[in-house]
Design a protein around this ligand. Structure first.
Ligand SMILES: *Cc1c(COP(=O)(O)O)cnc(C)c1O
Ligand SMILES: [Zn+2]
Length: 372
């Protein structure tokens, strides 16, 4: 396959086998390929290799894998609304980030990269550290010092080198970028291969829905790696004539960090506090791919929603009372459905992405929820 990397800012192209992680102009890069979605080619094992025909891997059969994928699409009820919950917190490391890490780390493997640098609020670091362990690649992870200790412990236990950075998420990204130097900066916030991995979630949702597009998909959005993966997949399906219309993509953020909403209203997003937000996984003040996220929302006639911590806790409990234990970041997407109460039709098919496992945030939840 003749893939090329292309800079969305200045148009410069790079051959796919160049080990570059950013353009000379400083921008992140995208893949210049278009994949054809032909459902008859999705055969074989129910794991991510099933989608090899739409994945930018040269040698998918030799990709390393945990056999991941095909998380259930499970019926739940929130605020009296019937929704289908995509249970991505059931992936190997406990979040949807495994999809992106699967592809990005296998690409690193194909490119002969032996060492990577990543910065993360937690879950992407866990996913990348686990796939690096599987692939035999050295991982250096930069994390904000105040983050959930469960994620920190998980990352270190996988054998990654952990650098705890005082300050907030932005300080952390800066430190990682500086350290990347000659190594490969495998940032889920920018890396195009990561997005082609996360796009497998929409392929699964569509297969599980017999290729009938839902009306709404609620997604928690930080850097946008999941929503942009979904958007990539949907475009591939529409271009290939597999779907006739797009589901509305609803991008959900915390009201303490909502750059998408602020952007719409022409406002700046204030600096984040040093202590982590409740929805720590979506606390990204300036998502590098913000314009692309807003474009995905606009093109799908979607929406941008900010939710309160109170609503997040309520959503988390409503989920747990149905036996599904998710982390607060993940519950933010559920909380956004509340704002759609009365706006959804009975016939609307609603999907909510449950992105992260509750066990990772138990310590934090103990202080929030009266379990007595
Ligand atoms: C990372 C993360 C998100 C946000 O994903 P982005 O790709 O940064 O938009 C949402 N939920 C959980 C649990 C996460 O770990
Ligand atoms: Zn450029």
């Amino acid at each position: 396959m003749n893939a090329n990397l292309i800079c969305p800012a200045c148009g410069t192209q790079y051959p796919e086998d160049d080990v570059v992680w950013r353009c000379r102009c400083g921008s992140f890069l995208d893949l210049n390929d278009t994949f054809t979605c032909d459902p008859s080619r999705f055969r074989g094992p129910e794991n991510l290799k099933r989608y090899a025909s739409v994945l930018p891997l040269r040698n998918p059969s030799s990709a390393v894998t945990f056999g991941e994928g095909f998380t259930p699409l499970h019926p739940m009820v929130f605020y009296g609304i019937q929704v289908m919950a995509k249970m991505d917190f059931l992936l190997t490391t406990g979040s949807f980030k495994d999809r992106g890490a699967f592809l990005m780390i296998n690409k690193c493997r194909e490119l002969g990269i032996r060492s990577i640098v990543e910065d993360s609020s937690g879950n992407s670091a866990c996913a990348i550290a686990a796939y690096c362990a599987l692939a035999g690649i050295r991982a250096q992870i930069f994390m904000p010092a105040g983050n959930s200790s469960a994620k920190t412990v998980q990352v270190r236990t996988y054998g990654a080198t952990l650098h705890k950075i005082p300050g907030n998420r932005s300080d952390c990204a800066r430190a990682a970028e500086e350290a990347a130097g000659e190594s490969y900066y495998a940032a889920h916030t920018r890396n195009p291969y990561f997005l082609h991995g996360t796009k497998t979630v929409i392929y699964e949702i569509m297969e599980q829905s017999r290729w009938e597009a839902p009306d709404y998909i609620f997604v928690p959005v930080g850097s946008g790696s999941q929503i942009l993966g979904i958007w990539l997949g949907l475009q591939e399906m529409k271009r290939s004539g597999v779907i006739g219309r797009y589901p509305r993509l609803v991008a959900v953020q915390s009201e303490h960090c909502c750059p998408l909403k602020n952007n719409r209203e022409g406002k700046q997003t204030p600096e984040l506090p040093a202590s982590p937000l409740l929805a720590e996984g979506i606390a990204i003040r300036i998502p590098p791919r913000m314009d692309q996220i807003l474009e995905a929302v606009a093109q799908t006639d979607g929406d941008v929603v900010a939710v309160s911590d109170l609503d997040i806790v309520e959503a988390l409990q409503a989920s747990a009372l149905q036996g599904v234990y998710i982390e607060p970041t993940s519950a933010a997407a559920v909380a956004a459905i509340k704002q759609y109460n009365g706006r959804l039709k009975q016939s609307d098919r609603v999907v909510v992405s449950l992105t992260g496992h509750g066990l990772k945030a138990s310590a934090r939840m103990e202080t929030l929820i009266n379990t007595a």
